[in-house]
Ligand binder design. Structure first.
Ligand code: GN1
Ligand code: MG
Length: 354
């Protein structure tokens, strides 16, 4: 993307600011995200949405705006200024919709940048884990009265284990001998864990655990904090859909409790941090405990293992498919991500009863 293209795209949205500069925010694996600095505040986030992954972008944007409106409504106890720090604000395009489609067929959206916010990619303090738990628990609590049928299911079966297994099996059929050989140890691990990793899905299908509005991408880098490490806002509402509490709990634990980055290739650096697990869980339950069933609470450790596993199998599948889904920086990037997730499971198993 050239600066001129970004400026032009930014100007297709209804803001009253003058462009000054941009920075790419390269942490996502799917969309392209840019911070747009303007002469006046707020600054903005301009994002190109990957339409190969998200097939219904008008539906996706409708979900995102609906969630923000709902959260704003629920936070009417806060001042206008506070609300802007706690809930994402989307900016309509000149056409009136919340997305702009450029002449190459790419879709864009704009939101206000939350001032002085910071993100964590690796957690190094217990209070961040605790605040992270409060943020995702609060999100689930505040969306609990939102009618889920108003949400478009942007990626059907997103966290269904059987769906991820069938994608994995399809990938195995077409994978090169070389990639299969490199992935061999992990193919065996996947097979070993197959039954256990379907338990949550089976509980969901049987109705034993309740369907809710869930965020579905609660990795810690999708939470904003202020400079005192207090949680501000959950971001990246792309995948908000009906789901179970385990998805949000598990995906957050996957990232908060990893002592290294998700793609760290030196597995000696990858450890599961139980203290952070407990801190996250206490923040999460403070927000939600009264609304969770005993079964939901009992299965939280399994949720963590399951969500680490589902990302492991998805990275492995993409490796076998020659890296068609996630952005990669080098040929074995997806394999490194998968190895990392399986190491995290191993470290978790050594320390916790799962
Ligand atoms: C993708 O692009 P990003 O970072 O928001 C993925 C998530 C994974 C995550 C792993 C739509 O999210 O499910 O947890 O990578 N999103 C999609 O870091 O597949
Ligand atoms: Mg995401």
């Amino acid at each position: 993307m050239t600066e001129a293209q970004l400026m032009h795209t930014f100007d297709q949205f209804q803001h009253a600011s003058s462009y000054v500069a941009f920075n790419e925010i390269a942490s996502g694996h799917i969309n392209d995200t840019y911070l747009i600095k303007t002469r006046e505040e707020p600054h903005y986030i301009l994002q190109r949405i990957n339409h190969h992954v998200f097939k219904d972008i008008p539906g996706l944007m409708a979900n995102k705006v609906l969630i923000s409106e709902h959260l704003k409504h629920k936070r009417s106890d806060l001042s206008e200024k506070e609300i802007k720090n706690r809930v994402l604000t989307f900016v309509p395009a000149r056409s009136g919709t919340y997305y702009f489609k450029d002449h190459e067929g790419h879709y864009w959206n704009v939101m206000e940048y939350i001032k002085d916010s910071i993100t964590h990619h690796i957690v190094t303090r217990e209070e961040v884990a605790y605040e992270g738990g409060k943020l995702s628990g609060e999100f689930l609590r505040l969306t609990s009265d939102l009618d889920a049928s108003r949400l478009v299911e942007v990626i059907p079966h997103f966290h269904d284990m059987s769906f991820r297994f069938s994608q994995f099996e399809d990938a195995l059929k077409v994978a090169s001998a070389q990639r299969k050989e490199k992935a061999r140890t992990y193919l065996l691990k996947v097979a070993d864990l197959k039954d256990e990793m379907h338990i949550i899905q089976n509980l969901k299908a049987s109705g034993a655990i309740k369907l809710r509005v869930t965020h579905n991408d609660t990795k810690i880098s999708n939470a904003l904090f202020d400079r005192n490490n207090k949680g501000l806002c959950v971001i990246d509402t792309d995948t908000v859909m009906p789901g179970v509490v385990h998805y949000d709990f598990g995906d957050a634990i996957r990232t908060i409790c990893n002592s290294a980055a998700e793609d760290e290739s030196n597995l000696d650096l990858v450890h599961f941090n139980v203290a952070y697990y407990n801190a996250y869980k206490s923040g999460f339950l403070e927000e939600l405990e009264t609304t969770l069933s005993d079964l939901e609470i009992e299965t939280l450790p399994l949720a963590a293992k399951t969500m680490i596993f589902i990302m492991g199998i998805r990275f492995l599948t993409d490796y076998l498919n020659e890296d068609v889904y996630y952005k990669t920086k080098y040929p074995e990037h997806n394999l490194d991500r998968a190895r990392n997730q399986f190491k995290l499971i191993e470290s978790m198993e050594k320390q916790m009863k799962v």
